[in-house]
Every structure is written in C-alpha cells, then in structure tokens.
Ligand binder design. Structure first.
Ligand code: CA
Length: 159
C-alpha cells in the first residue's frame, strides 16, 4: 500500500501526456517516487482515449504532440471529463497560448524547463483542492452553496 508524505493512503493516478521519452520518464520516476501511479500517453489521440476509458486524478499535458495537439486534447477533455484537473506542461511560453489553454479548461500552466519540485507542489494543490460541484454544505433542509454564497431551503432560495 503506497504511503503519502502525510501517512495517508494515496493512490493518485496521473496521466502524463508527453511525446518526449526523456521527459516522460523523468516525470514518471519522480511522481512514482512520491507514491503516485503514472500512466503515459505519447500522442494526442492516445491521451483522449486513455482519459476517456480510465480514471485519473490529474493530467499533465504537453502541447506539441503528434497527431492531435495538446489544445485539441484539452478541448476533448473539457467535454468528456470537465472535473479532471489538467496541468499544461509546455515549452510554449507565449501569453496567447497560455490564455487559450486556460479558456479550454486548464487548471494550471507550467513552462518547460520546469522545476520538478514546483510542478509537484502544483500537482498537490490540484489534488487536495479539486474544483468540483461538491461545494455545498447541507444542514437539515438548509443547503449552503459555498461558491455562489447562496442558501436554499428545499428548492427555494432563502438568501
Ligand atoms: Ca512535445
């Protein structure tokens, strides 16, 4: 049973989408050493296929990929798995590409060359704090939406 640094049982599954073997292996080694399970997709279509058929907790996505580029992969993932956090890891550092990635649902963007420790820290942020729909607190009939700060009783809005 893999143990995380906090001693909690973890089985985080990370999909690494990267066509450069050297970088993919570097990422896989580091993430595995941290107790994560890593799978590797080399091409855009492989990434879309894997993400659609398997459960992952997070995707690390390169942008310049064979057959289908990373932005197109993001578009697919946004439609198929909107709750799956994607961190773009790319040598492309222009603002336009970054903005496009965020528009398409990327949660974060790390430029290559990257510091593994920084990337790991960012991965952890997205793993422990998933942006999900589960931002409501229910107390009896009262439901609080922590995102919109609305309160509801049953189906009617109270505040
Ligand atoms: Ca690449």
């Amino acid at each position: 049973m893999p143990e995380g640094k906090e001693g909690a049982r973890v089985n985080r599954r990370i999909l690494v989408v990267e066509d450069e073997t050297r970088i993919a292996e570097f990422l896989a080694r580091g993430l595995t050493a941290d107790g994560m399970t890593v799978e590797w997709a080399r091409t855009g279509p492989d990434a879309v296929k894997s993400a659609g058929s398997q459960r992952y907790d997070l995707v690390l996505l390169d942008l310049v990929l064979p057959q289908l580029n990373g932005l197109a992969v993001l578009e697919h993932l946004q439609l198929d798995k909107p709750d799956l956090p994607v961190i773009v890891v790319s040598a492309r550092g222009d603002v336009q590409t970054k903005l496009r990635a965020f528009e398409l649902g990327a949660r974060d963007y790390v430029e290559k060359p990257f510091s593994f420790d920084e990337l790991l820290a960012r991965i952890r942020v997205h793993l422990v704090k998933p942006i999900s729909r589960a931002s409501t607190v229910r107390v009896g009939k009262l439901e609080l939406d922590l995102t919109t700060r609305e309160a509801r009783v049953g189906r009617s809005r109270a505040v």
